[in-house]
Design a protein around this ligand. Structure first.
Ligand SMILES: C[S@@+](CC[C@H](N)C(=O)[O-])C[C@H]1O[C@@H](n2cnc3c(N)ncnc32)[C@H](O)[C@@H]1O
Length: 356
């Protein structure tokens, strides 16, 4: 197995060197091999990130972390968005997208069942707070040291040993976040709640063999409702998880969701947030005619998606009374080496705490 992967690596290096032959801009083979060794043997921690220092090496790996965008790339993305931002959807279509939002997600899960979203095992690198007892996840090293909040993880004290640790995921879908937490955490005091407004998603999740009612409870809830009908009390939750869900919600309803989150978190409780950022590949790919409002679009299957700036995320939470512990932009370059394609992903990640 090891020999096979070494051979593949060697093949890639030599193919790359062959491709570069006679191109003066290409880095020489010794430098490429050196680069490959450096990043392949990178320690985790520290240096759990792979940075593209020389653009000629782009096809050496499937992904590069924290890529910097130059002015030209930013300008091209802005122009793309200006082109696809004209709103041409009829009033009736806009009404249907709003009123039947849950039905459109039901139809999505009817087709994809639990095969679409991958289990989010990166969760424990980005949000170690979700399973503090799982220490084998690679530690995240942030480009800006102010972004690193690992030190904030609550350690059990004499007072809270044996106390329940409650996590609630909003828009849990079919369990791609909840199941990994249950798998990786062995904390007997952990209990996870999850909700989704798609009754189909909840049904699929409840039928999964990993669904254990002694450790979790998922139910149907539209998080944009003013009043939540939930099986827990106000001021009781330790962590609320928002992973690629706020983007599915109409921007005019986001503040209601955040206010209710604030109500149900305990003082000192934490929100972990990760979602699409402005100019992510998914936004640039939209054709004209899919825009609902600024940076908010309807996909071909009628599910909706918003693309956030860091400032918008910050304002949403701060206006509801949260303290900001992290707000970072994660720019990743994904590479399809077979097709020689590059895909620029942009995600916003945040951690927000309810004051004590
Ligand atoms: C992009 S999926 C993400 C699913 C899951 N968080 C994950 O990361 O795999 C968005 C999910 O949010 C749910 N959703 C959208 N609007 C919602 C709302 N108003 N209330 C509750 N769930 C909602 C959808 O049904 C869908 O399951």
């Amino acid at each position: 197995m090891l020999t096979k992967s070494l051979n593949i690596t060697r093949g890639i290096v030599f193919a790359f060197i062959r491709n570069c032959h006679n191109k003066s801009s290409c880095t020489d083979s010794a430098t490429i091999k050196h680069e490959l060794e450096l990043t392949r043997n990178r320690k985790k921690p520290p240096g759990g990130s792979r940075f593209l220092k020389d653009k000629n090496n782009i096809y050496l790996f499937n992904a590069w972390d924290n890529v910097q965008w130059d002015e030209e790339q930013e300008k091209a993305a802005k122009e793309k968005v200006e082109q696809n931002s004209e709103v041409t959807l009829s009033e009736d279509r806009l009404k249907d997208l709003d009123i039947n939002a849950d039905k459109h997600w039901d139809a999505f899960y009817d087709i994809h069942q639990n095969r679409f979203f991958k289990d989010r095992h990166w969760l424990f690198t980005e949000f170690p707070e979700l399973a503090p007892d799982y220490t084998a996840a690679p530690e995240r090293v942030y480009p800006n040291e102010n972004d690193n909040t690992t030190s904030q993880i609550e350690k059990p004290t004499d007072q809270n040993i044996g106390a329940k640790r409650l996590i609630f995921e909003i828009g849990c879908g079919v369990g791609n976040t909840i199941f990994p937490i249950l798998q990786y955490s062995t904390d007997p005091n952990l209990f996870i709640y999850g909700c989704d407004f798609s009754s189909k998603a909840i049904e699929i999740m409840q039928q999964n063999e990993l669904y254990d009612t002694k450790r979790c409870n998922v139910f149907v809830l539209d998080a944009t409702c003013d009043t939540w009908n939930v099986p827990f009390e106000e001021n009781t939750l330790d962590i609320i998880v928002l992973i690629f869900v706020l983007s599915a919600i109409d921007p005019s309803k986001m503040q209601t969701v955040i206010k209710n989150i604030h109500k149900y978190l305990k003082p000192g409780g934490l929100v972990v947030f990760r979602d699409y950022g402005l100019y992510d590949l998914a936004q640039l790919r939209f054709k004209k005619g899919r825009c609902i409002s600024d940076n908010f679009y309807a996909r071909g299957d009628n599910t909706k998606v918003y693309f956030f700036t860091q400032e918008e995320v910050s304002k949403l939470f701060k206006d509801a009374g949260f303290l900001e512990e992290q707000n970072l932009i994660d720019r990743r370059l994904q590479v399809n080496r077979g097709k020689m394609l590059t895909m620029y992903r942009v995600w916003i990640q945040g951690k927000y705490r309810k004051p004590l």
